[in-house]
Design a protein around this ligand. Structure first.
Ligand SMILES: *[C@@H]1O[C@H](CO)[C@@H](O)[C@H](O)[C@H]1NC(C)=O
Ligand SMILES: *[C@@H]1O[C@H](CO)[C@@H](O)[C@H](O)[C@H]1NC(C)=O
Ligand SMILES: *[C@@H]1O[C@H](CO)[C@@H](O)[C@H](O)[C@H]1NC(C)=O
Length: 173
């Protein structure tokens, strides 16, 4: 994992930093497991744009969850880009340093979300005002990505079945 991360950093080039969210989609595949009370992008002004979401969980307490996340880059359709990783969510949250790639992804939302503790989850999941500014800093300074259109997708799975899908479309120029 460490070596992969190193290769990724070496492979990618740093360009003019600008990250835009272009769309967000939340899909409760299994309405018995959860629904999304809200899930939206908001542009306050030219420089301040954010997304927020709230998922209501119906099968609480959640003690087992698998998270499969992947990055896609647009080139005649969205093509897999570098990662398609599945982590045992509860195991990872007990020790976020155990997986550097999942840890990098987790770093995007942990400070603005009530996901920031270990299992069980017995409450709704909130992500509050995740701004492009914050993404910009992480995407350009911590791990530089080349320009282009990206899709970040997360599949939330319980008992090996997809229960919810989260998609964030990003434009980096
Ligand atoms: C955009 O809105 C934010 C939050 O209201 C504010 O702090 C910032 O100054 C605004 N920026 C511009 C360019 O108006
Ligand atoms: C990861 O790859 C599998 C197999 O191709 C695919 O079914 C799954 O949707 C991908 N995961 C994400 C989050 O896109
Ligand atoms: C999680 O975030 C909330 C605010 O969003 C904060 O009050 C709480 O202390 C954080 N918990 C941990 C374990 O970091």
């Amino acid at each position: 994992m460490k070596r992969e991360l190193y290769l990724l950093v070496t492979f990618l080039v740093n360009v003019q930093p600008l990250v835009e969210f272009t769309n967000i989609k939340c899909d409760a595949v299994d309405p018995n497991f959860c629904n999304f009370e809200y899930c939206y992008l908001k542009s306050v002004n030219r420089t301040y744009k954010y997304y927020s979401l709230k998922a209501n969980l119906f099968k609480i307490p959640v003690t087992k969850i698998k998270v499969n996340f992947a990055i896609y880059k647009f080139a005649n359709g969205y093509k897999p880009f570098l990662y398609n990783v599945t982590v045992d969510g509860c195991k990872f949250l007990r020790n976020p340093k155990s997986n550097p790639i999942a840890g990098y992804v987790y770093g995007f939302f942990k400070d603005r979300s009530n996901v920031n503790h270990s299992c069980p989850y017995d409450h709704d999941i909130v992500m509050d005002k995740l701004s492009t500014q914050f993404f910009n800093d992480r995407v350009t300074k911590i791990l530089p990505f080349p320009e282009g259109k990206y899709l970040f997708q997360m599949n939330w799975m319980a008992s090996n079945t997809i229960r919810a899908v989260f998609k964030l479309y990003i434009q980096k120029s």
